[in-house]
Design a protein around this ligand. Structure first.
Ligand code: F6P
Length: 354
């Protein structure tokens, strides 16, 4: 097995609180193991452009507590072309980078597969506030984003209670309703409206009218951005019209992506950063590190991407046919368990909030 002398680390796609903690862990553990670390700035685009700087232990000081990413991030269209990938490989050769740790979401992992296939081994670390990576139970940034949302909604609730209003809040998550569901529980919302589970609005409206008669003043409804552009505003109007309760709309938008990471995100990012270094220097490649059942494990990135496609229903017949039956069974079970968990959370919301 070739000895790794120098690795690169990059962040790509939407930033997520905890990315810095992962960069710090990668850098510190690699240096401890005698492996040099090159910080690649602006994601895969930085790899194409040679936007690279050597990182020492002090370069990652005082970042564990900071949101955003000190390596910056970008979504690179050029890297999606064969020429872009080739340029990135040439940069790795020029800087003697033996392997790259890529921190981000599914787009980042697609890039990691391409780069590995082109000869530069990569390990992925799942970091996105959306929690939409099927292979891991939790992604870096999800916990912080939810805590930020809870903090904002608690504030809305104060004013909703004073004015006896309903607030409809649209949260991020791309197509995934994870942020909406969990924050709905944490703030005591009437319902969470997400793509994965249909909402019975007749029931929601009846529940609200009944609760208002019984003295409930404020109501919260959380909707996921995955419901579509303008959906939240329309929902707001519909609720006001059908319940007669004055309703306001709010969208915290990118505020959800910022801020100091929670303890949970710092610990997760540190564990995943360390695991990624261990994997890479032990000669594993094209892996993504995941949290499963409280342990950090790893999985082939291609398989992880297939799980995401199964989850989003975007997998092709050809891709399905290429997966051995026992592996497909395990993948489908992961997807089914995730959905069952969401259904369970939805059931709780419906049964304990009035
Ligand atoms: O993937 C993270 C995320 O914040 C999504 O929740 C959201 O849909 C998207 O990124 C927003 O992207 P941008 O930062 O490009 O506006």
């Amino acid at each position: 097995m070739a000895k790794f002398k120098r690795i690169g680390v990059l962040t790509s796609g939407g930033d997520a609180p905890g990315m810095n903690a992962a960069i710090r862990a990668v850098t510190r553990l690699a240096l401890y193991k005698g492996v040099e670390v090159m910080g690649i700035y602006n994601g895969y685009q930085g790899l194409i452009d040679g936007d690279i700087k050597k990182l020492g232990p002090r370069d990652v000081s005082y970042i564990i507590n900071r949101g955003g990413t000190m390596l910056y991030t970008a979504r690179s269209a050029e890297f999606r072309t064969p020429e872009g990938i080739q340029k990135a490989v040439e940069t790795c050769h020029k800087y003697d980078i033996d392997g790259v740790i890529t921190i981000g979401g599914d787009g980042t992992f697609r890039g990691a597969v391409d780069l590995t296939n082109a000869g530069v081994p990569c390990i992925g670390i799942p970091a996105t506030i959306d929690n939409d990576i099927g292979s891991t139970e939790i992604t870096i940034g999800f916990d912080t984003a939810m805590n930020t949302v809870v903090d904002l909604i608690d504030k809305l609730r104060d004013t909703g209670e004073s004015h006896a209003r309903c607030n409809v809040i649209e949260v991020m998550g791309r197509d995934a309703g994870d942020i909406a569901l969990q924050t709905a529980i944490a703030v005591g919302a009437v319902t969470a409206v997400i793509r994965e589970i249909p909402t019975d609005f007749d029931h929601v409206v009846d529940k609200m009218i009944e609760a208002r008669k019984n003295g409930k003043r404020n109501f919260l409804i959380i909707t996921s951005e995955g419901m579509g552009e303008g959906y939240g505003e329309e929902l707001c109007a519909m609720i006001e019209q059908r319940t007669g309760i004055e309703t306001r709309f709010a969208r915290p938008a990118h505020i959800q992506r910022g801020g100091s990471p929670t303890l949970r995100d710092r610990v997760l990012a540190t564990q995943m950063g360390c695991a990624a270094v261990e994997n890479l220097v032990n000669g594993q490649m094209k892996q993504v590190v995941c949290l499963r059942g409280n342990s950090i494990v790893s999985m082939d990135i291609h398989d992880a991407l297939m799980i995401d496609k199964l989850m989003k229903n975007t997998i092709t017949q050809e891709e399905l046919d290429s997966i051995p039956p026992n592996k497909l069974y395990d993948m489908k079970k992961i997807v089914a368990d995730k959905l069952a968990y969401k259904q369970y959370l939805n059931y709780i919301i419906d049964h304990i909030t009035l």
